[in-house]
Design a protein around this ligand. Structure first.
Ligand code: ADP
Length: 255
């Protein structure tokens, strides 16, 4: 399938494996985006990592929300600078778009944001979206970028959301706890049981970060859009899926 517009979401576990932002991961990601753009695909990037980037220059206690907001404010331009430098090697401009729920909860505001995104993309500029942690209060926060990126995919009319995670696929149970866990290659629907099962910490099916990914998948399936979950450490599965149309590893959500 040929995709016109894709959203790629990269989590902080992938970008900051040792606490600071990995230049190698940024380089690999930018190379993948360049390859997609060379084939005429529009790419929107949703990137975490601002708090970790801030922490490398000012190690405040990350448990307090106020400190996290401060670290995000310090780290966001550092993170963007890293992307900018890598994209510049390919002659590509990137841009910063900070969003909060309020920006996407009315038609009028969503259209304003979509206009800006459309304009950036039609000029060959990569929008790099993050949650606006600095002004976000508890009610306003997206919770995490999995949900934000699902909302962005639907509202900005992308064909598919690519979630690059520290895990290479969705499994039938947590592979870190159960060595016999099996990959689920394709998911057509997510049952209420599965979504609710994920909410309990002792659930066999899923715990931790996978919950928000299932919620993102459910949200997109209900809106007729696709999602692909694969490794952010080794980009070969996502490259083969997006560039060659071959689904080797990773999980495709579609209905
Ligand atoms: P991110 O890379 O986006 O930060 P998370 O670490 O938040 O991702 O979430 C992925 C983690 O969820 C995996 O590393 C794994 O430990 C856990 N997990 C729990 N249940 C499952 C499951 N059924 N399939 C895949 N991963 C699972």
């Amino acid at each position: 399938m040929k995709f016109k517009r894709v959203v790629i979401k990269v989590g902080s576990h992938v970008l900051t494996p040792d606490g600071s932002v990995s230049k190698e991961k940024i380089r690999n990601l930018v190379e993948l985006i360049f390859k997609l753009m060379s084939r005429g695909v529009e790419v929107i990037l949703v990137s975490s990592g601002a708090v970790s980037a801030g922490y490398t220059v000012l190690p405040l206690d990350r448990k307090s929300i106020g400190n996290k907001q401060a670290l995000a404010a310090i780290g966001q331009p550092l993170l963007l600078k890293m992307y900018q430098e890598k994209f510049a090697k390919y002659g590509i401009l990137c841009s910063q778009v900070l969003l909060s729920w309020a920006d996407l909860d009315s038609k009028k505001r969503t259209n304003l944001a979509k206009n800006a995104i459309d304009n950036l993309l039609s000029n060959g500029v990569v929008p790099i979206i993050n949650e606006n942690d600095v002004i976000a209060t508890e009610e306003l926060v997206f919770g995490d970028n999995d949900q934000l990126s699902a909302s962005v995919t639907d509202n900005f009319d992308a064909d598919i959301l690519i979630i690059l995670s520290d895990i290479d696929a969705l499994y039938d149970k947590n592979p870190r706890e159960f060595p016999d866990a099996k990959v689920r290659k394709v998911v057509n629907s997510i049952s209420r049981d599965e979504l609710e099962a994920t909410a309990t910490p002792n659930s066999q099916f899923a715990t931790g970060g996978i919950v928000t990914k299932l919620k993102a998948g459910d949200y997109l399936l209900k809106r007729g859009r696709r999602m692909f979950l694969s490794s952010g450490f080794d980009l070969s599965d996502i490259e083969s899926f997006l560039l060659d149309g071959v689904h080797r590893g990773g999980t495709l959500f579609f209905s």
